[in-house]
Design a binder for this molecule. Sequence first.
Ligand SMILES: NC(=O)c1ccc[n+]([C@@H]2O[C@H](COP(=O)([O-])OP(=O)(O)OC[C@H]3O[C@@H](n4cnc5c(N)ncnc54)[C@H](OP(=O)(O)O)[C@@H]3O)[C@@H](O)[C@H]2O)c1
Length: 243
Amino acid sequence: MNQTKNVVIFGATSGIGRGLALLFAKDGCRIAATGRRMDLLESLQKEAPKQIVVFENDVNQLEETKQVFSKIVDAFKTVDVVVHCSGIGDENPALNWQTEHNTLQTNVIAAAHIYGLAFKLFREQQYGHLAAISSIASLRGNRHAPAYFASKAFQVNYLESLYLKTKEIKTGKVYITDIRPGFVDTKMALGNEIFWLTPLPKAVRQIYKAIRQKRRKVYVSHRWAWIALVLKIVPASLIKIFK
Ligand SMILES: NC(=O)c1ccc[n+]([C@@H]2O[C@H](COP(=O)([O-])OP(=O)(O)OC[C@H]3O[C@@H](n4cnc5c(N)ncnc54)[C@H](OP(=O)(O)O)[C@@H]3O)[C@@H](O)[C@H]2O)c1
């Protein structure tokens, strides 16, 4: 990016969010990074202290999140990019309700809340870019982690709705990017049957490029686009045999 951009990253303490924060910083952007683990936020800030500001925030505390976002907007005056990386996912074959509930709370309620905060700001500004990490998991159900897979389908559909809603923005300068990783080498990579595990730096580079290019949606790594094509057409009865 050539000129300074103001970027907010929800879920920047580790994994993809942290990696993106460092790439935005390298490109001269100002970044507001959030998450619950303050020690990790402080260590991120040390990487580029003049550009990165940090805010401790649990996205499930909706009022707190609204206030944190509002503080960031006050400090930055305008926001160019909001990146949503805060997410959780656990295998839950026993359907333990607390696990399902926590996943839905973070990946559905808190995610929609953040999407809404970003979109409403961008509508007011008449420009801005919401980039959100959903998943290849959005495409089908899964018997080991039902809430996680369903929550990702929710995210994809909500993001598409916001994309359609950009029709209402006269300038045409509000963008929505839906990033759908396969397996990426972070603690979030679910399951025992992990294949095509993308190294974190490679995944972050591809995601960053897709954000810069304002892509509507992207699979990461790119070869997952082929898996997606198959997943979209294969009958559930076949998935039931193999998975
Ligand atoms: N890794 C994969 O294989 C993979 C594949 C597809 C999609 N994804 C998606 O990519 C996104 C990022 O995950 P990652 O792989 O980078 O894993 P990660 O390293 O575990 O990152 C998750 C981030 O979400 C934040 N977060 C979780 N719950 C939060 C809460 N209640 N409040 C605030 N922040 C919260 C975490 O921060 P704190 O814990 O410090 O709060 C952390 O910064 C997730 O949405 C995940 O579903 C990952």
